[in-house]
Design a binder for this molecule. Structure first.
Ligand code: AMP
Length: 310
């Protein structure tokens, strides 16, 4: 029941009010695998240049991540740099250097083609399509995207959505894609394009899962210190998909639980620069945070309400 991710394995230069990291390990596939591998083995499809410090990914290997789908090509690795505002809620991309990513044609090793759980990280929707074409019988396909692709590859993205079970977007992307200001209407619009599940991420304010007959809300974990928000979305996706693959289920209760694991892993990711916090994390820390979510959100209806609710 393998879990496959395709996305970027990058070198990030990030500036926050608390410091700067230069050429740190980053990329959507890196963050995703760092989170998902805490629950389930992961297969990674990506490309890096000959300058990439692959030994930095050894921690993933020791957790059972199969890196044999990372092609190493002559040239520069994908580099992204960004700067965050004081409140860490907005970021500006300073530079995106594609390097070997510009010629990326993802080819799946034979064993990857049997993957049952698939996460199409934020890359060109045509490449996401090409990856999906190579997977024989996926059970659940989840997909991320960004404003860039909604702007310049809208038709390819809409075509892809008809083959996707779950779309993860932030609130601005949900509005941009659907043309609806209201998030509920935006999610319903996206569901009509194909995905039966839509997750709308709202940064530190949490994430909403829209299912065919119900909605579930996971708060963001309140942290006193956020160091670097980079990768929060991909770590959320990793926690979410890693849990589902581990549970081997898409029952509504497991989907809800996966939302909490996603939110927990997103919150760990932002506590340090790059993937630092996800490297040494242990099961007890995850369990504690998940139980804190339960304590923060569980409540009992007053008996007078139960009678009315029926
Ligand atoms: P997130 O903060 O979860 O949106 O993810 C940030 C990560 O996405 C960084 O580590 C970047 O290296 C990576 N990234 C940024 N822009 C792109 C892009 N256009 N294509 C692929 N990966 C990107």
């Amino acid at each position: 029941m393998s879990l496959l991710v395709v996305g970027s394995v990058a070198l990030d230069t990030v500036e926050t009010p608390f410091g700067r990291a230069v050429d740190a390990l980053g990329g959507s596939a890196t963050y995703f695998s760092a989170a998902a591998s805490l629950f389930h083995p992961v297969q990674v499809v990506a490309v890096v240049g000959d300058d990439y410090p692959l030994e930095g990914l050894d921690f993933l290997r020791t957790r059972g991540v199969d890196l044999s789908g990372i092609a190493r090509k002559p040239g520069e690795s994908f580099r992204w740099s960004g700067v965050y505002s004081y409140d860490l809620n907005t970021r500006e991309t300073l530079e995106t250097r594609l390097g070997v990513f510009a010629e990326f044609e993802p080819e799946l090793p034979p064993s990857f083609r049997e993957a049952r759980w698939v996460f199409l990280g934020n890359i060109d929707p045509e490449l996401q399509w090409h990856v999906l074409d190579q997977v024989r019988a996926p059970r659940l396909v989840a997909c991320d995207t960004m404003n860039l692709w909604i702007d310049i590859k809208r038709d390819a993205l809409l075509k892809l959505l008809s083959r996707v079970n779950l779309l993860l977007v932030n609130d601005a992307e949900a509005r941009q894609l659907s043309g609806e200001h209201n998030l509920l209407r935006a999610a319903r619009w996206i569901q009509r394009q194909g995905p039966e599940y839509v997750i709308v991420k709202k940064g530190e304010h949490g994430a909403i899962l829209f299912m065919p007959g119900s909605i579930f809300f996971a708060p963001g974990y309140p942290l006193e210190e956020v160091f670097d928000p980079t990768g929060a979305g991909d770590s959320f996706a990793g926690g979410f998909m890693g849990w589902l693959a581990h549970a081997d289920s898409t029952e509504p209760d497991e989907m809800r639980r996966a939302m909490i694991y996603g939110s927990a892993l997103g919150s760990f990711a932002v506590e340090r620069f790059s993937v630092e916090r996800l490297v040494g994390i242990d099961a007890a820390e995850i369990a504690q945070r998940v139980s804190a979510f339960r304590d923060m959100t569980a409540f009992q209806c007053h008996e007078s309400m139960e009678a009315h609710a029926g």
